[in-house]
Design a protein around this ligand. Structure first.
Ligand code: PEP
Ligand code: MN
Length: 344
């Protein structure tokens, strides 16, 4: 349930509600909007609790939230969450463009890619140092060495970076380097990892599990939010269907559904969503038209030599072409491309 405080409620009154919830073994999550302050109550609630809270000073209303996910819901927070990563706002007025290789392979590969994507207008760098692999015999990433290379690229270009963390015990290490922690599709329901990432206080991007319903995805988001970390971004990256032509089926409809159900920003990943480089641009355009707050795209200096996901990676040239096509679509839906970053 959510407790809506009166617009003139005092700090002490808000504090008393939070204290009461604590006494009852429930947790209260504060959301202070410009128009109203609400407290999301998480835990097992009961009808008498509603009456009890309604009587407390400063309380305007107590509304049960009917959905199983609470803190991620629009009922809890009607206005959009904007996640700030340095100067970049995810979920703000402008589109966010995250780009880079699937995996960090070498300093040269990453630095070249970082410069190229920045020149084309990307404002966040991506690159995996810890790679989830379906087969244990394929490249699994450079580990901490990869994080150091990403940090070097950030130093040289000014681009903040996003990188995946796969294990709860690696969260501290990855959070020391990264600007945004990525939770991959295979770990969407690794609940211990979600809580650890939540506790890190770093922005987190939670990818949709490849066979997860939207409700399961939002329940996973709750694990992060309930740790007091509201710097959370969702990412639609395609789901498994009976179709085999594409690697996954990019669920573009999930974007407006998330916008309806949740206040969290949503980024589209047409690279994993399709698995084919020539489908990345059309699905990126469709996702932005459908209301995505950003895109995340794989780019490699020589996709034919990539150690991972070459078939879905764009060349520098095709990434530039995508950005040119994206500009008018982004304008048309009122989410212009990132402002050009200061060139270093
Ligand atoms: C990735 O971003 O390279 C990745 C492994 O993504 P996903 O978890 O969506 O497969
Ligand atoms: Mn990949």
């Amino acid at each position: 349930m959510i407790v809506v405080m009166r617009s003139d409620s005092k700090e002490e009154e808000i504090g008393s509600v939070l204290d009461r919830l604590k006494e009852l073994g429930l947790s209260g999550h504060l959301s202070q909007g410009t128009e109203r302050t609400v407290i999301g109550v998480v835990g097992s609630t009961y009808p008498e609790l509603r009456e009890m809270l309604e009587m407390m000073p400063g309380v305007d209303d107590v509304i049960p939230i009917s959905r199983p996910y609470k803190l991620s819901s629009r009922e809890f927070k009607p206005y959009d969450t904007v996640v700030k990563v340095g100067d970049v706002e995810i979920g703000g007025d402008r589109l966010v463009v995250m780009a880079g290789p699937c995996a960090v392979e070498s300093e040269e590969q990453l630095l070249r890619t970082a410069r190229a994507v920045k020149a084309a207008g990307a404002n966040v760098l991506r690159g995996g140092a810890f790679k989830p692999s379906t087969s244990p015999y394929t490249f699994r990433g450079l580990g901490e060495e990869g994080l150091k290379i990403l940090a070097e690229a950030r130093g040289q270009t000014g681009l903040p970076f996003i990188t995946e963390v796969m294990a709860p015990q690696d969260v501290e290490l990855v959070a020391r380097y990264a600007d945004v922690l990525q939770i991959g599709t295979r770990n969407m329901q690794n609940f211990i990892l979600l809580e650890e990432a939540g506790r890190s206080g770093k922005p987190v991007m939670l990818k949709r599990g490849m066979s997860a319903t939207i409700q399961e995805w939002l329940l996973s988001a709750e694990y992060i939010l309930s740790q007091g970390n509201n710097r959370l971004i969702l990412c639609e990256r395609g789901i498994r269907t009976f179709e085999t032509y594409t690697r996954n089926t990019m669920d573009v409809s999930a974007i407006p559904v998330i916008k309806k159900l949740s206040h969290l920003p949503i980024v589209a990943d047409p690279s994993h969503g399709t698995g084919k480089w020539y489908l990345v641009a059309p699905l990126a355009l469709a996702s932005v038209a459908a209301g995505a707050d950003g895109i995340i795209v794989e780019v490699h200096p020589s996709p034919d030599q990539a150690l991972k996901d070459g078939a879905q990676s764009l060349t520098f040239e095709s990434f530039g072409a995508l950005m040119a096509k994206l500009a008018p679509v982004a304008e048309a839906v009122g989410r212009p491309l990132p402002a050009a970053l200061e060139v270093r």
